[in-house]
Design a protein around this ligand. Structure first.
Ligand code: SAM
Length: 255
């Protein structure tokens, strides 16, 4: 594996690629898997992603009363997290999804219609590193399984800070690093063999899933990511490991 920091290249899974190339490569991955994305999430995580997302929503605790509340879900893809937040919140909660992939956003819009949530959930195509929203627009911000795909994590964190209102909450759900001796080798074996194989059977192509697994291994460890969130200006930053650190939820508050 090569994850040496270097001036002109960044990690795309275990490969180093030109900084300017990475987002296009990521976009290709998600445009290829968009139509099967939700089905694959269930298969790859044996349904666990649902529990992890529910934990995220419980921590967010979206407002249930009648006050108006505006939430942003970045890299929100097919809307899975946005819909859970809407179902948990009150009548005046509105969620905006921003995702860089038009294919994922299209799937999300279709799902919102089917689930009767189109009025409360708007989908936009946009980059986490350069959000098209004014400063201090949102009461809270989530990013689930998205931040490891962006080219410059620090820019995405700075944008999260910028668009949140003072007192607003930042939450990130992301695959992380297991440090339990048996679980980590089982998890490695599962990730590098089962996931690309299942991806190949379901979507006809194992390559995007190989990238997804590799990108998890090159993402910063829990403590290091916590530091990055603090460096972006957030206060009271903490994290919670789920499933032995397979995923972690990082939390911070906009000052
Ligand atoms: N949050 C959704 C979920 O948990 O089901 C989707 C997660 S999916 C693994 C990652 C998403 O990140 C994809 O929809 C992809 O298009 C999006 N993405 C990748 N790079 C991005 C960027 N720079 N800005 C916004 N979205 C991005």
């Amino acid at each position: 594996m090569t994850d040496r920091p270097d001036d002109e290249t960044v990690a795309f899974g275990f490969r180093r690629v030109e900084e300017s190339e990475k987002q296009d490569l990521v976009n290709e991955v998600f445009s290829r898997v968009a139509s099967r994305y939700d089905q694959m999430n269930d298969l790859m995580s044996a349904g666990l992603h649902r529990l992890w997302k529910d934990d995220l929503v419980t921590i967010l605790n979206p407002v249930r009363g009648s006050s108006s509340y505006s939430h942003l879900d970045v890299a929100g893809g097919t809307g899975d997290v946005a819909f859970r937040i809407l179902r948990a919140g009150g009548p005046n909660l509105r969620v905006t999804v921003a995702d860089i992939s038009p294919e994922m956003v299209n799937e999300g819009r279709k799902r919102a219609q089917i689930e009767g949530l189109s009025e409360k959930c708007s989908f936009t195509v946009g980059n986490a590193e350069a959000l098209a929203f004014a400063d201090k627009t949102f009461d809270s911000y989530t990013i689930a399984f998205g931040i490891r795909n962006v080219t410059h994590i620090n820019k995405a964190l700075a944008e999260a800070y910028r668009v949140l209102r003072p007192g607003g909450r930042f939450l990130c759900l992301e695959f992380s690093h297991v440090d339990l001796p048996v679980l980590d080798s089982l998890y490695d074996a599962y990730s590098f063999t089962v996931i690309p194989a299942v991806g190949k059977v379901v979507t006809g192509d194992g390559q995007p899933y190989r990238y997804l697994v590799e990108s998890i291994r090159t993402f910063p460890k829990q403590e290091q990511f916590k530091l990055m969130i603090e460096q972006a200006g957030f206060a009271n930053v903490s994290f919670r490991n789920l499933t032995g650190g397979v995923v972690a939820i990082h939390s911070g508050w906009r000052v």
